[in-house]
Design a protein around this ligand. Structure first.
Ligand SMILES: [Mn+2]
Length: 376
């Protein structure tokens, strides 16, 4: 085995990024990977005699093969007993609620869609130089029991579930669901903080009006979230807003409450690094923690057909991934991916993007030292 501290075998024909990635990989352990193989052989029987690779079991247990198995998020253990959430660094939780949708529905299948596509991913990112399996423990707690005909009861269920996960000490990853869940998720986090919670919100739509169609629909979460005593509107920064779907009642509220809006053109013109700086500055000013709310429709409609209100002219995937990585470097209280609607999707590409944003967020949190969670 090569000495991991000897990078002599990395030739100089690689670009600096690839060279850094190759060197980072050499330092990553394979301890958890070996443990997964051992577990698979113990639980799934040694493979048939004709199988030359003796690490392969008869029954698929763990990551491989990617097309087999039960699709929790990244094939993480299913945490059926929610009293055990605190045993994990990260808990993935579905909020299959789409009663707040005002046009195309179907985000109740968002958690299933993202879990299914997450099966394509291993735990390792070449560019980040991170192997999630070797650094953190992830559990999938399944879904909140939402009430399809009742938005407010679903909000209460979502808040109670997210509050439970956050209080356990695990980092919450919420798979939506339409964007109305932004209010109950933020409500759940804010109640555990003594200080303020900032919000970084990716979207083509402002989602700041008080009501829509006479209810608290997916166009309204930030009006109600910023009514909470420790979630000031001045700490709400919205990236990607634009097009023909940002309703005037919401824009009026954004003006009155002094939220910060960066359009796609704003971010591109100032440069992505500068946009990250600006977002962090606004969200973190006097705040104890920051919540990341990612609406997949902030990306150009070409890349996210599976969403309720697709709008051309959004971010490119590579732009938004760079923005998310820049933001996650400073640490987060949790993340939600919303408005992924598999019934309208094409070749699952919207679910794939949602999955990618979660993985890039977790990888960045590991790389920047915010995960694994600190033991007290
Ligand atoms: Mn939206």
């Amino acid at each position: 085995m090569e000495n991991p501290n000897d990078f002599g075998y990395v030739h100089d024909k690689n670009g600096p990024e690839a060279k850094a990635a190759l060197e980072a990989e050499a330092l990553l352990p394979t301890v958890a990977w070996q443990a997964e193989i051992d577990r698979g052989l113990k639980l799934g029987l040694q493979g048939a005699d004709s199988i030359r690779d003796r690490s392969i079991p008869t029954f698929s247990r763990g990551e491989l093969p990617h097309f087999a198995g039960i699709n929790t998020f990244l094939k993480a253990p299913y945490v059926e007993d929610v009293a055990e959430c605190g045993n994990y660094d990260v808990i993935v939780l579905g909020a299959p609620h789409d009663a707040g949708t005002t046009y195309r529905s179907g985000t109740r299948f968002g958690p299933q869609g993202m879990r299914r596509m997450s099966a394509l991913y291993g735990s390792y990112s070449f560019e980040l130089g991170v192997d999630l399996r070797e650094s953190i423990t992830i559990g999938d707690a399944g879904d909140i029991f939402t009430i399809p005909g009742n938005i407010e009861k679903s909000f209460d269920q979502i808040s109670k579930g997210v509050s439970h996960v956050f209080a356990s000490g695990a980092f919450p990853v919420i798979l939506g669901g339409d964007h109305s869940i932004g209010y109950p998720t933020v409500r759940a986090i804010a109640e555990h903080l003594s200080g303020n919670l900032g919000i970084i919100h990716f979207d083509r739509h402002v989602d700041t009006q008080e009501s829509d169609l006479d209810e608290r629909m997916h166009t309204t979460p930030w009006y109600h979230a910023t009514d909470l005593p420790n979630v000031p509107a001045k700490n709400l920064v919205q990236l990607g807003i634009g097009g023909w779907q940002a309703p005037r009642p919401g824009v009026k509220v954004s003006r009155e409450r002094q939220t910060t809006i960066l359009t796609v053109k704003d971010c591109v013109d100032m440069g992505l690094a500068q946009a990250v700086e600006r977002a962090l500055e606004v969200a973190w000013e006097g705040a104890e923690a920051v919540w990341l709310s990612f609406d997949v429709d902030c990306v150009d409609a070409a890349f996210v057909p599976g969403t309720g209100w697709p709008e051309p002219g959004g971010f490119l995937p590579r732009e938004v991934l760079e923005l998310v990585q820049g933001i996650a470097k400073e640490g987060l209280a949790g993340i939600e991916i919303v408005e992924c609607s598999p019934p309208y999707d094409s070749a699952d590409i919207t679910s794939l993007l949602g999955t990618r944003v979660v993985c890039d967020t977790l990888g960045t949190l590991v790389k920047s030292g915010h995960l694994p969670k600190k033991t007290l």
